[in-house]
Design a protein around this ligand. Sequence first.
Ligand code: 5GP
Ligand code: MG
Length: 182
Amino acid sequence: MSPGGVDAASGSSLVKEVVYDEKTILARVTELAREIEDVYTAEDRLLLVGVLKGAFIFLSDLARSLTIPVQIDFISVSSYGDDTVSSGTVRIEQYPRMPLGGRKVLLVEDIVDSGVTLDEVVSLLRERGAATVETCALLHKRIATPDHEPRFVGFDAPNVFLVGYGLDHAEDFRHLPYIASL
Ligand code: 5GP
Ligand code: MG
């Protein structure tokens, strides 16, 4: 599709401009995997906890790029509803299924905006007994300084509303293989 044209694939409103294309994203995800492997070893039995739904594509690409064995779980949170502005309150819809006691956890998040979600979720995972909790965020808008800054960041993102590669607007656009502004 062309960003200015009708998106036949999503059948919904248009994206404005491609900000990160598929090749650029995959190259950076591969680099992130190498950065993560510099920190964790196989003995760490790293547990990736993906933040649903936005991180589902990022998590699947990242997990396949890693050459250390990992386990995978998810946490489901909602903060935006169908709006493009954060509600500022984080609702936990589903907690990780696996016991976190003593585990080294890497939270996998799509994007850091206000940082509220990150701070809430990191605190929660610590409360549940994780030995260490670090975060890998694909995108960081750098408009806020969360208490728990992500250790691994894919891209410093422009302060615009982004969709694609897991990120939605009112549940549309998640399937796009690139990231675009709306
Ligand atoms: P925060 O709590 O940092 O303000 O927001 C984090 C969550 O809001 C992200 O996990 C993501 O789900 C959503 N979010 C923040 N910025 C954007 C954006 O530009 N596009 C989309 N689709 N979601 C965003
Ligand atoms: Mg999210």
